[in-house]
Design a protein around this ligand. Structure first.
Ligand code: SIN
Length: 283
């Protein structure tokens, strides 16, 4: 495929747009790069079809949106350590990313965004769902917005992973082999309403899987609010759903969205390549 005229077509009222007319394996012009960055900020997640990218081209494409980073729990590809393989084999029963979350929210500076490339997809199933956490914030009442002002969440990398990431990833045949044995656990405090550093828009930043509790509150006291907000973010009207094909790419903004990888393709293989980008301290 060769680049032609770049077009951006929204896929739902909440978030997401499909981009056509661009071959992301090429060295794109500054005009194309600016248009993609602008579309990323406007639509929160961009989708591309029928793209071939080497790991090096994956890194170059990622730099349009942010600086590639390594993922703390997995060893990346030998020459491009920022690129990790996410594989669910035919015999795996659990998947990676199968709960609503924003990537690496437990890090002091969580991932700005993520670029995911489909290498091998199941015949059906394995879609990824996305939710717009800024639209979800906007839809709250003024009373709730006031209540949330200044509330800090405690984000734990082991929370919701059966005790540890090691244990969770050991259930995935190939990802178990690539687990980074030097990795540690992460515990970070972030406001559960964060302001996007590029757009200035506020978004909810809380999830049942990563937010262990609210600061200065017990788990029991925190749970009802965490549960309410996490479920509010993923109401159907704030979401879109992406059906992958071989060569599809999704680029999402972790500062304003959450995503969920569906595990509905038992006995089939799904292989994705992922790069996350260095983020800032949520404020
Ligand atoms: C992830 O959570 O980064 C993986 C998403 C997916 O595999 O669809």
């Amino acid at each position: 495929m060769k680049s032609t005229a770049l077009k951006v077509q929204p896929v739902s009222g909440a978030l997401g747009a499909e981009v056509t007319g661009v071959d992301v394996s090429e060295e794109l012009s500054q005009t194309q790069r600016d248009a993609l960055h602008e579309a990323f900020l406007e639509h929160n997640v961009l989708f591309f079809r029928e793209q071939n990218m080497t790991p090096e081209q994956h890194l170059r494409f990622t730099r349009i949106f942010g600086e590639p980073d390594t993922y703390p729990f997995m060893v990346g590809l030998p020459d491009t350590p920022e690129v990790i393989d996410i594989v669910k084999t035919e015999s795996d029963t659990v998947n990676f990313g199968g709960s609503w979350h924003s990537d690496t929210a437990y890090m002091p500076q969580p991932a700005l965004g993520t670029v995911l490339h489909a290498i091998e997809v199941p015949e059906y199933g394995g879609d990824t769902l996305f939710a717009n956490a800024a639209a979800a914030y906007d839809a709250l009442t003024d009373g709730m917005k006031e209540l949330l002002d200044g509330v800090i969440g405690v984000f734990d990398s082991d929370y919701g992973y059966g005790g540890s990431r090691r244990k969770a990833l050991s259930n995935l045949e190939l990802m178990n082999d690539r687990y980074d044995e030097d990795s540690e656990s992460y515990l970070s405090e972030h406001p559960i309403v964060r302001t996007h550093p590029e757009t200035g828009r506020k978004a909810l930043y809380v999830s049942k899987g990563h937010t262990a509790h609210l600061k200065n509150m017990s788990h029991e006291e925190s749970r009802p609010l965490i549960t309410y907000l996490s479920e509010h973010i993923v109401k159907p009207e704030f979401t879109c759903r992406f059906r992958w094909q071989k060569g599809s790419i999704a680029v999402w903004d972790n500062r304003s969205t959450q995503h969920y990888a569906l595990n509905d393709y038992g006995g089939m293989r799904r292989h994705m390549r992922r790069v996350t980008m260095k983020g800032d301290t949520p404020r």
